[in-house]
Design a protein around this ligand. Sequence first.
Ligand code: CP
Length: 301
Amino acid sequence: MKAMRLIDIDGPSLDVIETIVERAVALSKGSEPLAQTHTIANVFFEPSTRTRVSFEMAATRLGLRVINLDGERSSMTKGESVLDTLATLHAMGVELAVLRHGHTGICHELSEQLPPSLGLINAGDGCGHHPTQALLDAATLTAKGVRLSEAKVVICGDLRHSRVARSNVALLKRLGVGEIGLAGPEALMPAPGSGFDGLRHYDNLDAALIDADVVMMLRVQKERMDESDGGLDLADYHLHWGLTTERLAKAKPECWVMHPGPMNRGVELSAQVADGPQSLILDQVRMSVFTRMAIFEALLS
Ligand code: CP
């Protein structure tokens, strides 16, 4: 049997995407989960707090058996490949693997090579894709009553290295969002042909925020930068691109503030904004469990 996979936002049909978002909202409002009997594995080769724990909580709430494999303590340290690691888990009975890895494109590569009966969810691959983050962001906005078809969404920050931004742009386009605006330093703008073409790019955040309904701030990913990114001064970054209360006042009064986390307070946004009434940051975290439950239901049921 061919197992279901979620590698990027272009994979599932629009129907499946809408079902996941609506189901996540319903679960967050108390809808009964569909009990599951499968075995899944969380396989994380990069650090994670939100994604790893919320996948585990989602699986536990559905009654799934969960194996957690810490990449740094696995036999990968003895030279075993990711492909052999996943095939080994599958041979033991794992039916679906949730994979985070630093290598961009690894889930697409593995999807061609893995046994067809093993399901795979991309939980973030390098600078590639993070489809479950985009789905939980859409569910968070839907739960708040945001009508995406009429919304202006601004995505600000380190777009060049952001798998979250790439997946969000792909999903917002598929859901027919009103407008997407990009903002951030020139050195951190995405390369042409990397999924962001045709979108308006603002050279300052104040201008981008005018009429915005949602602003998604991105983490500065210092661990993925090299000399070509121009060396980043964090105080200077905050001065020009940080979201402060004064800047947020340029957007619509009810504009929501999002950040996938982990956030750097005083860099991407001020503590007042992060903890303020327009912040959805912890709503995103809460919705992450329900969205990942909905994803498991869609892939395993
Ligand atoms: N948003 C996100 O992927 O966070 P973690 O790296 O903590 O999983």
